[in-house]
Write a new protein. Structure first.
Length: 106
């Protein structure tokens, strides 16, 4: 079997773990901008699980499923206050480090 770049990329992509996370939006941010942020996450391969509190004026958030790379990127942007809409990215039903070690046989 010939290993082509798309084949290798598909293997790497399927090996990435996905986690459910909570995206806490900045209070006062427009709902249209929150929706645009969720659309960008979906365009990058993420999935939106819940938007029940998307329009909340007190604690706006959504639950999404994203891979580790997206999580790291969004979390870094929110911690540095570089994201216009997302205030915080936090774990939700995520695996612990011990569970990860068991998965890889450590």
């Amino acid at each position: 079997m010939k290993l082509t770049l798309p084949f290798i990329s598909s293997l790497i992509g399927s090996a990435m773990t996905k986690s459910d996370v909570i995206l806490k939006f900045k209070t006062g941010s427009p709902v249209a901008e929150r929706t645009a942020a969720l659309d960008a996450i979906k365009a990058q391969g993420g999935a939106v699980k819940s938007t029940d509190n998307l329009e909340s004026s007190i604690f706006p958030f959504a639950v999404v499923t994203i891979d580790d790379e997206q999580f790291t990127s969004l979390q870094a942007a929110s911690l540095d206050d570089k994201h216009d809409v997302i205030e915080n990215v936090g774990g939700y039903k995520t695996r612990t480090s011990m569970q990860r070690k068991r998965e890889v046989g450590m």
